[in-house]
Write a protein that binds this ligand. Structure first.
Ligand code: GDP
Ligand code: MG
Length: 828
């Protein structure tokens, strides 16, 4: 029984307690069992019979007896009845007295307790008392339970024992007594007046006869007994009925284990404790421990591993005859401003460049175009190379061909080299598009020559990398580029089986306000249909709608077709692989396993998950200053691009730590995290919701909005630069030689000097050199020219100098005069 129950009893005496009782009777719940601390009394007269005797029975007797009974007999019986009545009255009085005494005793105790409570407000005291009380109650409850076990049998007996007193005629009412008692308990339960009523009549039920305490006890006991019986029955039934096959991975969170067994978490934790394992419901336990628990609860263990769960989506090798040609998937890469977006738009013949903020590619888009010769090409537009790499690191190799854009007027730049390396690492063939060929400064041969240095040998240099001179602006060479791509695709002999369950890769994903999580998926094999059930990374769903690159709803998407998929349960990440499964259970199971596996992996890697951990980690590297930031972006691709850019900022003294990055509006949670770690929140094409804005204002959390990644990067760089400890530069400004030393009262030793080089400055720092050894460094107390205190003395002039807090000066010592300057440094 819990504290609160005990409290309730004390606090809500009268009205609410009977309420509890009633509830327990009608619903059979144990929740509000009330066990009062009352004296124990086991053997008592059965007053249930009394009522029958004094009220209904005589009338019944009177109307019944005359049928076959003599007057004498009748009179005798009436006499006996009267005697019984008298005795009963006596008994009733006695009971009443007893009851009163008991009530008084109760009252007294309550008063005592209340007084005590008032006195002992201290938490400790209270807790102790409560514990004692609880213990007492539990003991009594047990006793009551014991009593109750005997009660059904005992009550008729008691009724019988009361019966003779009321005459034999009481037999029938006596038999009803237990039920009547119950009914009355119920009645009492229904309203607060039950108790008063009971006290007034004081002779109606066993419970009343034994005093309220007794009644309460027996009620509680009854209830408990019933409950126990019910639990027993239900428990055994349940155990017999539902032996669950519990899927058990290598590790499992306690609450999940309980969930899978359909057992209560508390029970599971308890049995773990019994095994000597002190774990909370949120902790993971290993499979061996879990197996013991599962067996203890009588369920069946089904050991699974991640790979087992994923088996349902294991790839089936496509038969050669099932394979059909599929369009190539092309990624355009290159240095910033070399014209990636322009080129893609030119190819699509759609000019969205102007509308794009800052001209930087913001979203990962995917589009299909058909060349003049009828070849279909799927283009991916990525924000830089980060997405390409991070997608690859997630196992999604979507790109078949890389088009490397190099501006003919700018030639090979750092990101060009990066792109080359990415493409090489991925083993993806390249086609070089020498862009901006329309520009007067265009020098395509310089581009070819420089590419050579990076082992990209174009055809013009007798290599095998196709190169095409293009202009995204004039459209020159675009057809050639497309044909070059088509040719490359032909060489690659790209094939897929459209007639199988779809598999694809997430190119971008976002949480759309109206549509929920939306993922742009490039189907890689099979065909994705509306209504398909799928798992994608740690998410799963059922295709509610498919929208193609032209914004049209489609019913299906085959190999190399990019589509927006609606109907996800959460937002996946770019690079996540989508697999269609047969059932939703499978999909969910896989998603959950992946989620758990990812969690475990993070935990195992000791990844900073809590702020404390973050702080601790930051402290480990005390020499490194960190600029913590939070990043929220409109799409996953942008978030990733920003995070990767952030990771690159800094040196061995300063670095940027992205505490959290995510997709969607800036929320209060973000602000909370930002506040706790003193981080600004960077919103990229997203805004803070109202509550987040308010909280941020209150707590002084800075929110910055951006729509151009480079602006964001620049700002963070500037902020990080602020963390660089400013470099202290020392400038030498002069030398002076001590000619003589005077003692001046009130000032101390003063050096008569000649400034030999530069200037002597009053505010400057000074060093005392003796034989070229620095013997003191400090500041000047005075700088005098003749009698006047001056700020500066030029070279060749004599002056008087005295050091602050230093007197050991001698003729012949040299004074070096210098100034310090703090130089702000910048990250490049
Ligand atoms: P991205 O950063 O690689 O995506 O480059 P953008 O497509 O945003 O282009 C950067 C700038 O170069 C824009 O101002 C374009 O108008 C310009 N540009 C792109 N292609 C050409 C081209 O072929 N000729 C000329 N003259 N300008 C171009
Ligand atoms: Mg761009």
């Amino acid at each position: 029984m819990s504290d609160s129950d005990g409290k309730k009893t004390l606090g809500l005496r009268g009205g609410s307690r009977p309420g509890n009782v009633k509830q327990s009777f009608s619903h059979g719940r144990t929740k509000n069992v009330v066990v009062e601390t009352k004296r124990k009394r086991v053997v008592v007269p059965k007053p249930g019979a009394g009522k029958g005797g004094s009220g209904a029975s005589p009338a019944t007797d009177g109307s019944r007896r005359p049928a076959g009974i003599t007057d004498a007999e009748m009179a005798r019986r009436l006499k006996a009845l009267q005697a019984a009545k008298a005795r009963e009255v006596e008994e009733a009085a006695q009971r009443e007295a007893e009851e009163k005494a008991r009530a008084e005793e109760r009252e007294r105790r309550r008063a005592e307790q209340e007084a005590k409570e008032r006195e002992q407000r201290e938490a400790e005291e209270k807790a102790r008392r409560k514990a004692e009380e609880e213990e007492r109650k539990r003991l009594e409850a047990e006793e009551a339970a014991k009593r109750a076990a005997a009660a059904p049998a005992a009550e008729p007996e008691k009724a019988k024992s009361a019966g003779p007193a009321a005459g034999r005629s009481a037999a029938k009412p006596a038999a009803q007594a237990p039920r009547k008692a119950d009914r009355e308990r119920e009645e009492r339960g229904r309203g607060g007046k039950g108790r008063d009523q009971g006290r007034r009549s004081g002779k109606l039920t066993l419970g009343q006869a034994t005093g309220e305490g007794g009644r309460q006890r027996s009620m509680a006991a009854m209830k408990r007994k019933q409950e126990r019986a019910r639990q027993k029955a239900m428990g055994t039934v349940e155990r017999e009925k539902v032996i669950r096959d519990v899927q058990l991975p290598e590790t499992i969170v306690v609450s999940e284990l309980a969930n899978r067994m359909a057992e209560r978490v508390g029970d599971v934790v308890k049995s773990l404790m019994n095994m000597g394992m002190m774990v909370t419901q949120n902790q993971s336990i290993d499979a061996d421990t879990a197996e013991l628990i599962i067996e203890e609860f009588g369920h069946k263990v089904v050991r699974v591993s991640d790979s087992d769960v994923e088996d349902v989506i294991k790839e089936v090798e496509d038969k050669e005859e099932d394979l059909q040609p599929r369009p190539p998937v092309i990624t355009i890469m290159g240095h910033v401003d070399h014209g990636k977006t322009s080129l893609l738009d030119a190819i699509r013949d759609a000019r969205v460049v102007a509308g794009e903020a800052g001209g930087i590619t913001q979203h990962i888009g995917a589009y299909q175009v058909t060349t003049d010769s009828g070849t279909v090409l799927s283009f991916l537009d990525t924000p830089g190379h980060a997405a390409f790499t991070s997608m690859r690191s997630r196992g999604a190799q979507v790109t078949d061909i890389v088009v490397l854009v190099v501006a003919a007027d700018d030639s090979v730049m750092p990101q060009t080299i990066e792109a080359i390396n990415h493409a090489k690492a991925a083993g993806v063939p390249m086609i070089v598009a020498i862009n901006k060929i329309d520009k007067p400064a265009a020098d395509p041969n310089k581009v070819r020559a420089e590419l050579l240095q990076h082992e990209v040998i174009v055809e013009a240099m007798s290599g095998d990398v196709q190169d095409v001179e293009v202009s995204a602006v004039t459209g020159q060479g675009l057809d050639e580029l497309l044909e070059a791509i088509a040719l490359q695709a032909e060489i690659l002999e790209l094939k897929a089986n459209p007639n199988r369950a779809a598999q694809g890769a997430v190119i971008e994903a976002q949480l759309d306000v109206g549509r929920g999580p939306v993922a742009t998926v490039l189907v890689q094999n099979g065909t994705l249909h509306q209504g398909d059930i799928f798992v994608v990374g740690e998410q799963y769903g059922k295709v509610r709608a498919l929208i193609n690159d032209k914004g049209e709803r489609v019913k299906e998407a085959g190999p190399s077709v990019p589509v927006e998929v609606l109907g996800l349960n959460g937002t996946p990440e770019a690079g996540d692989v989508l697999n269609v499964t047969e059932t939703e259970a499978q999909a969910r199971e896989i998603a959950e396993y992946r989620e758990q596996a990812a969690k475990d992996k993070r935990a195992a890697a000791g990844a900073a998950t809590t702020l404390e951990q973050l702080m601790a980690k930051a402290k480990e590297d005390e020499n490194v200053s960190e600029l913590p930031i939070l990043v929220k972006a409109d799409v996953q691709g942008s978030a990733e691009a920003i995070v990767q850019a952030m990771e690159k900022i800094g040196n061995d003294e300063v670095r940027v730590r992205v505490l959290h990055s995510g997709v969607g509006a800036i929320t209060e949670t973000d602000i909370g995290l930002a506040e706790a770690s003193g981080a600004p929140v960077m919103g990229f094409n997203v805004r803070a919701n109202t509550s987040a804005r308010n909280t941020a204002n209150q707590k002084g959390v800075e929110i910055r909005y951006y729509s151009v990644i480079y602006d964001l990067v620049d700002d963070v760089k500037a902020a990080a630069s602020g963390l660089l400890s400013a470099e202290i530069k020392e400038n030498f400004i002069g030398y002076a030689t001590i000619k003589d030393v005077f003692k001046v009262s009130n000032v101390g030793k003063v050096a008569g000097c000649l400034v030999t080089e530069g200037v002597a400055r009053r505010s400057a720092g000074v060093r005392l050199l003796r034989d070229n050894v620095v013997i003191h460094e400090g500041t000047l107390k005075t700088l005098k020219r003749f009698k006047d205190e001056v700020a500066e003395v030029q070279s060749g002039q004599e002056c008087g100098m005295a050091f602050e807090n230093y007197e050991d000066i001698r003729a012949g010592d040299v004074i070096e005069i210098f100034e310090r300057q703090e130089v702000e440094r910048k990250l490049d």
